[in-house]
Write a new protein. Structure first.
Length: 478
């Protein structure tokens, strides 16, 4: 029997606020365990939370950018459950009156066709702490630094039918969150992670199958592998005459399989009730209009502008805009009157090569657009050669210095003194009689070898045009 997979996602994104959702503790990643928390975020008796207004603003931004309706009245609720990573034994979240409802994203396939993925809701809530299990299985420790970090949970409709569609949806969603600066989306730090709800059904059947949920997947690779494995597992169960049990499963990416954690809870299991310590959220039209007006240019708009107005290839534009940080570097370089194609060529060539070779994420590029433009100008104004510029770029990444400072410190400016170049050329000719003979015999490549020897002796600093001219003139005299 042929089966259709049905997938919906619950994406959790930590918001880029400086302080937590209900207290003033820092949201900075890392830190010694249990040093970024206070009585409020660990839920000590008698404390009173105060909602961070920026949390609502960022959540509304995400909702507007994903075509949601922003609720003018919403509230927060207590979601009751006990896990050691939430010491107060409940999570403050939103239940029946979320902040954002009824949105969508359109994903585009390689052939140009599109599909609309519905978004049921986006609500705000607090993050839990982090459990750290020892490798011997004798116990666990808990770090409460993450408790109270503000989250939005973006719940999709079950509209995705393959791992490919999930990947396209997540890429689109991640881009929106980054471009609106709602979240840094650093999946390796857990600031963007997804729960995958998956079921299968025979093709043509309307009724949904029994779904399972895989929790807290924080890389595209893990999500793709988990979807493929869970699809195969459910098909194998049905083929053997067994049934799929509704449950929450944990994906082990190292071992490549999932295992059951617990039976899947329903809403009534959490015993939701309105949070008595927090007032409802009321949004007025003027404030919402300001939020809407503040939305920046999103990826699709930038990509279109780069192609149609700045004239760079669509492929280049798609790579550059895949990271807001990378696009900002490009944008800043162009803002310094650097030619868009020149900036694009450097980003697509040397910069991406360096990032790939050194396993650096696009969002961690450490050079500015201004420094990139200055490097390009040094080449265009014949201050340094292209080969020297590539060396300077590497040093820019390593030291954080400006290209001009590196060139001055290392003495890398082009040598364009005719007498000095001629002296090096004559030595190269004198030291390579075979190449001279080959040139006289009509082997043009011999001249290229001699030019290379001159550039080598000058450590790449000799003016290439002057070197070529001088080598030819000296050879033709012989």
């Amino acid at each position: 029997m042929e089966y259709e997979v049905v997938i919906g996602l619950e994406v959790h994104s930590e918001l880029a606020t400086k302080s937590k959702i209900y207290c003033t503790c820092t949201t900075a990643f890392g830190g010694e365990p249990n040093t970024h928390c206070c009585p409020i975020c660990i839920g000590m008796p008698g404390v009173l939370p105060v909602l961070n207004k920026q949390v609502v603003e960022f959540a509304a931004k995400a909702g507007i950018a994903t075509n949601c309706t922003i609720s003018r009245f919403s509230k927060q609720d207590r979601k009751n459950y006990f896990y050691p990573d939430l010491p107060k034994a409940y999570q403050t979240s939103q239940f029946d009156l979320p902040l954002c409802i009824g949105g969508h994203l359109d994903i585009q396939f390689e052939d140009g066709t599109t599909k609309r993925i519905g978004i049921t809701r986006i609500h705000i809530e607090e993050d839990a702490g982090k459990l750290m299990h020892d490798k011997w299985g004798t116990g666990s420790l808990v770090d409460y630094n993450r408790c109270g970090v503000p989250l939005i949970e973006i719940v999709s409709e079950p509209d995705m039918r393959s791992a490919e569609e999930v990947k396209l949806y997540l890429e689109q969603l991640k881009s929106i969150l980054e471009y609106t600066e709602v979240s840094d989306c650093r999946m390796e730090e857990g600031s963007l992670r997804a729960d995958v709800n998956l079921s299968i059904r025979p093709f043509g059947q309307e009724k949904l199958g029994t779904r399972t949920e895989m929790k807290n997947l924080n890389s595209f690779k893990s999500i793709m592998r988990a979807i493929e494995h869970e699809t195969e597992r459910q098909i194998a169960l049905l083929a053997a005459g067994d049934v799929v049990v509704q449950e929450t499963r944990r994906w082990d990416d190292d071992k490549g399989f999932s295992y059951s954690m617990r039976s899947k809870e329903e809403a009534h299991d959490y015993r939701y009730f309105p949070e008595p310590d927090l007032a409802p959220i009321e949004i007025d039209e003027e404030w919402l209009a300001r939020i809407t007006k503040s939305l920046p240019e999103l990826r699709e708009q930038r990509l279109k502008r780069y192609v149609e107005i700045l004239g760079i290839p669509e492929y280049d534009a798609s790579i550059i805009t895949s990271s807001k940080h990378l696009a900002d570097v490009f944008e800043e370089a162009v803002g310094q009157n650097c030619a868009p194609k020149a900036a694009s060529n450097w980003i697509m060539g040397e910069i991406l090569r360096y990032l790939n070779d050194n396993n650096i994420a696009l969002n961690d590029i450490s050079i500015s657009g201004t420094d990139l433009a200055d490097l390009i100008f040094l080449v265009e104004n014949s201050k340094i050669s292209m080969n020297i510029a590539k060396r300077v770029l590497k040093m820019m990444f390593e030291s954080g210095e400006s290209p001009a400072a590196i060139v001055k410190r290392e003495g890398l400016e082009i040598v364009d003194n005719a007498d000095e170049i001629l002296s090096i050329v004559k030595r190269a000719i004198q030291n390579n009689p075979q190449s001279v003979a080959d040139y006289k015999a009509g082997k043009d490549k011999a001249m290229g070898f001699l030019v290379g020897q001159v550039m080598k002796e000058s450590k790449g600093k000799a003016n290439p045009a002057m070197v070529n001219k001088a080598v030819k003139e000296e050879l033709d005299k012989l």
